[in-house]
Design a binder for this molecule. Structure first.
Ligand SMILES: [Zn+2]
Length: 137
């Protein structure tokens, strides 16, 4: 993050707009895992994939090979809808972000300078580990 730039809060309203349903969440996870597109192992190249309805999987437009974006993630085999997951993560992330340096200072009994540094590092870490809520909405 650049110095002096304030990160815009990712509100519950933003969450609703960006992730209106499970499909939108799945789409985000897919794009996050394969930002250059999905390389089909059968076609041996990046091909167009379409979402298979009612399943958390995408299918190659050409050969029908299927990929599961959730495999190997914390969402895999979870009975909880993706939308709920995203909401929970957002809630946790915004709580962690929401605490001020002043509060950290008070609650942890450290100097303001230390608290501010902790606050900034925590925010950076959050921006890195949950990019779901960083960047443009
Ligand atoms: Zn294919």
């Amino acid at each position: 993050m650049k110095n002096g730039t304030k990160m815009r809060r990712f509100t519950v309203k933003d969450l609703d707009k960006r992730f209106p349903n499970d499909d939108a969440c799945l789409e985000w996870i897919k794009n996050h895992r394969w930002p250059q597109g999905i390389e089909c192992p059968v076609c041996n190249r990046v091909t167009k994939h379409h979402k298979v309805s009612n399943r958390t999987c995408y299918e190659c437009d050409y050969c029908g090979h299927q990929v599961y974006p959730l495999a190997g993630t914390i969402f895999h085999k979870s009975a909880t809808p993706l939308r709920t997951w995203f909401e929970v993560i957002h809630r946790m992330a915004s709580t962690r972000c929401g605490i001020s340096a002043k509060q950290i200072q008070r609650e942890f009994g450290v100097t303001y300078k230390t608290a501010w540094r902790m606050f900034k590092q925590t925010r950076t870490l959050l921006a890195e580990t949950s990019p779901i809520f960083a960047g443009e909405v």
